[in-house]
Design a protein around this ligand. Structure first.
Ligand SMILES: NC(=O)c1ccc[n+]([C@@H]2O[C@H](COP(=O)([O-])OP(=O)(O)OC[C@H]3O[C@@H](n4cnc5c(N)ncnc54)[C@H](OP(=O)(O)O)[C@@H]3O)[C@@H](O)[C@H]2O)c1
Length: 232
């Protein structure tokens, strides 16, 4: 059985954990305050979930989903994640994170910085543009579901949506492509990490992400992105 380390237990981490468990995975989840603060969430998630410290969760996971806001000075479990695929769903939000000069100048993407911070891991940008919370304007009852659940469709559905994946490591792209499919989405490969600015906040694909995009629409929106100074 595959265990996913989910680092961060807010909207993104808890919703991801719920969907991954429904897809058959085991979850070890962590936050900044310690496993004793996660007992209610773990009880809600059921027997395939357990809580741990960040380091223990990272050590126990076959791969990891990092679901807390990134900062270049953040302490990450570098040794425990060495050799593992690390899904990075972080978005660079200046209002929240402050400014990163290398990203603002277009020299690097924020995901390249994360790869540098985890040099022995295989960082892959994934799940960064799907909402883990209810639709902000609820039009029909299903809008109360997080988009990761609301937009999921079986492989043959004509209205299946696609999500972006970017990495410098083909096996990480392969893993995310499989995971997207299991969760109900197609994948569009926008590798390597230096191209990941095409799916940053403010880009055409980002503006169309609330209700999802089909594969062709997503590819076209990625191609229409214009690189600003800032490289998300
Ligand atoms: N929410 C979305 O729909 C969405 C969509 C796409 C991408 N994202 C990205 O997902 C990330 C998380 O967003 P969110 O909305 O889930 O935030 P959130 O609801 O505020 O949750 C943040 C979580 O991260 C934990 N955390 C903070 N610092 C940590 C650390 N150093 N180690 C381990 N855990 C830590 C927090 O734990 P404590 O409470 O113990 O501090 C909390 O559980 C962000 O980077 C965001 O850009 C979110």
């Amino acid at each position: 059985m595959t265990t996913i380390a989910v680092l961060g237990a807010g909207q993104a981490g808890s919703t991801f954990a719920r969907v991954a468990i429904a897809a058959g995975y085991d979850i070890v989840i962590a936050n900044s305050r310690g496993p004793q603060t996660l007992q209610a969430l773990v009880a809600q998630l059921g027997p395939k979930a357990r809580a741990a410290t960040v380091a223990d969760a990272a050590a126990q996971g076959d791969f990891a989903f990092v679901a807390f806001p990134y900062a270049p000075h953040s302490t990450l479990p570098v040794a425990e994640l060495a050799g593992k695929i690390v899904l990075d769903n972080n978005n660079y939000m200046i209002w929240r994170d402050g400014n990163y000069p290398e990203v603002d100048s277009g020299r690097k993407t924020v995901h390249e910085l994360r790869q540098e911070q985890l040099p022995a891991a295989k960082v892959v940008k994934a799940f960064s543009h799907v909402q883990f919370h209810p639709r902000v304007e609820i039009r029909v009852p299903s809008d109360a579901l997080p988009a990761l659940i609301r937009l999921a469709r079986p492989a043959c559905a004509p209205d299946r949506k696609a999500m972006v994946v970017s990495s410098d490591h083909p096996d990480a792209v392969e893993l995310v492509t499989r995971l997207y499919d299991e969760f109900g989405f197609d994948a569009v490969d926008n590798s390597p990490l230096r191209e990941s600015w095409r799916s940053a906040p403010g880009t055409p694909m980002w503006r169309h992400s609330v209700d999802g995009q089909g594969r062709e629409e997503l590819i076209s929106n990625l191609q229409r992105a214009q690189r600003p100074g800032r490289a998300g």
